[in-house]
Design a protein around this ligand. Structure first.
Ligand code: CP
Ligand code: NVA
Length: 311
């Protein structure tokens, strides 16, 4: 199997996503007890180097890709886009060709999804999307791993409630619903809908996606309640967003409607008192710390998939 890009979750296809999740879980279990920096026994990426390129801030994506490469036996270089000649006018295409001569894979966090697509077209090594304005596929692989661990079953057939902005993270959950076949209920205020193309594609795969303006309608009886910041990196309309989302906080009341066995997810960073109440994110239903830590395990499987080592 040759090298592949991961620009959106659907690049994996349903079978690829299943293989990634099963592999991530097995590899995580196999290294239980090892210190974080120790390589897995088989060190499948020994001799390989990943370059991680950031146009925007990051805590989890930055750390988890670096640790993922160490655990796979490889190495990682982290680069701030502002430090490159890119900022002085060197083209994306030329930058991609140069990176391809130095490293085995590239992870990019970019403002514009189209720029990552352009980089991937010009690169001759796999490119992974570490968040764009359109999507955040690596995050949702970790979310799925977390849900399957917590619920003790595959995500297929579960019910998810997204409460808040139909943003990049929401778009990747829409894709996941299409790939795995779970019900997704999205509650957002008018004007904050997720990407219409992703919704249509997920529905075409058979996913049941319900959209309303009511957090209660979305949350009632859900297995998973998930939200994200009301103001994403790059959003310039913070004041109106804070007003428009007032009724979309994930509260203990909403988690109560979902039920005692429901879990709460948030990709982080959280804005406590805005999209989520302290007592929810710090409460027994919250899986957010496992979700963050699972970024390493999900991305190890995604890196192996992208490098053609997962079948
Ligand atoms: N969830 C996530 O991608 O976090 P960072 O922005 O810190 O990488
Ligand atoms: N939607 C958020 C996710 C951060 C990980 C953003 O794009 O800023």
């Amino acid at each position: 199997m040759g090298a592949r890009n991961l620009l959106n979750l659907s690049d994996l296809g349903p079978g690829g996503l299943r293989r990634v999740l099963d592999h991530a879980r097995a590899r995580k279990l196999a290294r239980k007890g090892l210190p974080h920096g120790a390589a897995d026994g088989d060190a499948p990426l020994a001799g390989h180097v990943l370059a991680s390129l950031f146009e925007k801030p990051s805590t989890r994506t930055r750390l988890s890709f670096d640790i993922a490469m160490r655990q796979l036996g490889g190495e990682a270089i982290t680069v701030a886009a502002g430090d490159l000649q890119l900022g002085r006018g060197e083209s994306i295409d030329d930058t991609a060709r140069v990176f391809s001569g130095f490293v085995d894979a590239v992870m990019i966090r970019a403002n514009r999804h189209a720029d990552v697509e352009a980089f991937a077209r010009a690169a001759s090594v796999p490119v992974l999307n570490g968040l764009t304005d359109l999507s955040h596929p690596c995050q949702i692989a970790a979310d799925l791993l977390t849900v399957e661990e917590r619920l003790g079953r595959n995500a297929d057939g579960t019910v998810w409630a997204w409460v808040g902005d139909g943003n990049n993270v929401c778009n990747s959950i829409v894709e996941a619903a299409g790939l795995l076949g779970f019900q997704l209920r999205i509650a957002h205020p008018e004007g904050y809908a997720p990407d219409a193309g992703f919704i249509a594609a997920a529905r075409a795969r058979g996913a049941e996606i319900r959209i309303s303006a009511s957090p209660e309608e979305a949350g009632a009886g859900a297995d998973v309640v998930v939200t994200d910041t009301w103001v994403s990196m790059g959003d310039t309309d913070a004041d109106s967003r804070l007003r428009d989302f007032q009724a979309y906080q994930v509260t203990p009341l909403l988690m109560g409607l979902a039920g005692a066995n429901a879990i709460f997810l948030h990709c982080l960073p959280a804005h406590r008192g805005e999209e989520v109440a302290d007592s929810v994110i710090d409460g027994p239903q919250s899986a957010v710390w496992d979700e963050a830590a699972n970024r390493v395990h999900a991305q190890k499987a995604l890196l192996l998939w992208a490098l053609g080592k997962l079948g």
